[in-house]
Design a protein. Structure first.
Length: 584
């Protein structure tokens, strides 16, 4: 074999040194003297070696499942999966926890901060896997004998530009799909995860016991009013006068109990009224002549005769429509209610909040009587004053709620008292044929309960106390996880990862570590500046050989002016492109 034939054979074969055909002794005389047998023995595959004729180093093409396994991408995938697990743990752990429980060295750090950090890491892993997958897909595409140069460009373009991936049309491929999904999902997963958790206010109930300063017994004798033997009205005692003033001004009801922090739902026992009512309905006619009662409410009682009770009578009409109210009578119904209020030991359902009381509204049927009480008759003094236990309450109820409305079919009503106006639901300026009154007794009973409860608090000594079971209700701002939003983000990220894994199918066909470096792709297209590099060298090996070579993009000075070409070449024979020069 001639020297030239041996040289060409060794270059074109591009096989490991061990696979190169032996060179005859004549050719071996042309080896450089420094190229010894010892240096040949030190060279082992896969390290390239320079043949004695100055040809590029020969490197073996070594495909394989484990030899070319994308370990770095596997690390990125594992890190992305760990990030997804971490996001799940953050959402599960934070759900229902107070916002101040997420603190580091006294500084509150919202779970959304951790989620943003983790999703940033996951998205970074996705971009890394995407880049490696595009690299492998590009080189696998180049191994296909049916590939055209435009295919390689589309793979590279779709892998580096989401816009190119979305506009590749009928050339849509797996690289374009992965690139498009990565672009959309890395934008959408952040807002989805922000919706996956939010702070809300929750109310919690805890069973406990409170000690309240409230005597469960009856009011002291003569606590609310005084009268004399020659007048019927009762005057409030000084302490009861303040109670009525506070009631009318809607002042907060204060109560001493052992823990004034938070809110408690409980029932306390104290002096109150048992309420019993009888109802009846009778026909009622309102004519055109004299005024007739349409609604009236009376509060009556005689604490001297019965020191523990008084009565409330309330009558209301429901009204009726008539086409000709000028000539006909109004035939309607009268609702009569007769109620007796008797002192008793009762339960008061209430809510205690920061030392104040909010009594629960009760219906007439919701009677909380524990024990009826029948106090002895009150003393009377001829020519003097008579103290009364409930006389002040009787007088206050009569002053606040006694009312009456009268009218006829052709005349407007005549009303005295607040109740007659406040509870008239439908008023006709021409008469009262269609007038309707709402039953006011429920509101009145709740008002009397409140007055009596305040009286019981005021009458309790500082040493009076009762224990009562309670439910402590407190509000706390906690984090609430919305797993539906998280599942949407999770599904998107997993779908993206699956599409990225598809880019690695066939990686075992590659015989070296590849990249999309312009140096490596230029060598694949036989760039003149890289003739000193092996076509199977990785980019790192190429740079060791030609990395220090100077280059410039421009016009090769050896070409003629007409039809000159632009290329990357040696600066000594390449000049910058000339303005308005046409290049081939």
């Amino acid at each position: 074999m001639t020297h030239e034939a041996t040289k060409n054979y060794a270059y074109n074969s591009q096989v490991p040194y061990e696979d190169v055909s032996p060179i005859d002794d004549a050719a071996s005389n042309h080896f450089p003297q420094s190229y010894s047998q010892a240096s040949r023995e030190k060279s082992t595959e896969p390290r390239p070696r320079q043949d004695p004729f100055g040809n590029p180093k020969s490197i073996a093409w070594q495909p394989g499942v484990f030899r070319r396994f994308p370990w770095m991408s596997l690390g990125g995938l594992v890190l992305a999966v760990l990030g997804i697990i971490a996001m799940t743990l953050v959402l599960v752990t934070a759900n229902g926890k107070p916002i101040d429980s997420w603190a580091i060295r006294g500084h509150n750090i919202s779970p959304t901060v951790f989620l943003s950090l983790i999703v940033g890491i996951v998205n970074g892993c996705i971009r890394f896997i995407m880049g490696d997958g595009v690299n492998i897909s590009w080189w696998l595409k180049s191994l296909d004998s049916n590939t055209v140069i435009a295919d390689l460009h589309r793979y590279w373009s779709a892998g580096t530009s989401a816009f190119a991936a979305m506009t590749c049309g009928r050339h849509f491929n797996r690289v374009a799909l992965a690139s498009f999904l990565s672009f959309i999902i890395t934008i959408a997963d952040g807002p989805l995860l922000q919706r996956a958790i939010s702070p809300i206010d929750r109310t919690y109930n805890v069973n406990t016991t409170i000690a309240a300063q409230l005597a469960p017994g009856p009011l002291p004798s003569g606590f609310t009013g005084i009268t004399s033997d020659h007048i019927e009205d009762y005057f409030p005692t000084p302490q009861f006068h303040k109670i009525i003033t506070d009631y009318q001004s809607r002042a907060p009801i204060g109560l001493m109990y052992n823990n004034t922090k938070g809110s408690y739902n409980t029932m306390l026992e104290g002096a109150g009224f048992d309420i019993a009512c009888n109802d009846s309905i009778i026909p009622w006619t309102v004519g055109q002549g004299n005024f007739q009662n349409m609604m009236w409410l009376n509060v009556t009682g005689d604490p001297i005769e019965d020191s523990g009770a008084f009565t409330i009578d309330c009558d209301t009409t429901n009204g009726t429509s008539n086409p000709d109210i000028k000539s006909d009578n109004c035939n309607t119904f009268l609702y009569e209610k007769h109620c007796t209020l008797r002192v008793a030991k009762v339960r008061y359902p209430m809510t205690l909040t920061n030392g104040t009381v909010s009594l629960a509204r009760q219906l007439q049927a919701d009677n909380q009587t524990i024990q009826m009480q029948y106090p002895p008759a009150e003393d009377t003094f001829i020519g003097g004053t008579n103290p009364s236990t409930i006389g002040g309450i009787l007088q206050a109820a009569a002053d606040l709620w006694t009312s009456k409305s009268q009218g006829s079919i052709t005349s407007a009503d005549m009303t005295t008292g607040f109740v007659g106006h406040a509870y008239n639901l439908k008023k006709n300026d021409l008469g009262e044929c269609d007038a309707v009154w709402q039953d006011p007794t429920e509101d009145i009973f709740n008002g009397i309960r409140e007055i009596m409860f305040c009286s019981a608090i005021n009458a309790s000594a500082s040493t009076s106390s009762q224990l009562a079971p309670a439910t402590r209700a407190y509000s706390q701002t906690v984090y609430e996880s919305h797993m539906a939003w998280y599942c949407a983000a999770l599904a998107a990220m997993l779908l993206n990862l699956l599409c990225l894994l598809a880019l690695f199918l066939g990686y075992w066909k590659l015989g070296r570590w590849t990249s999309l470096s312009p140096v490596e792709t230029a060598k694949a297209f036989e760039a003149p500046l890289l003739v000193g590099c092996s076509g199977n060298a990785a980019v790192g090996g190429m740079l060791k050989n030609v990395g220090a070579t100077r280059m410039v993009y421009g016009e090769h000075m050896g070409d003629s002016v007409v039809g000159s070409a632009l290329r990357i070449g040696d600066p000594s024979v390449t000049t910058l492109p000339r303005k308005k020069m046409a290049y081939a």
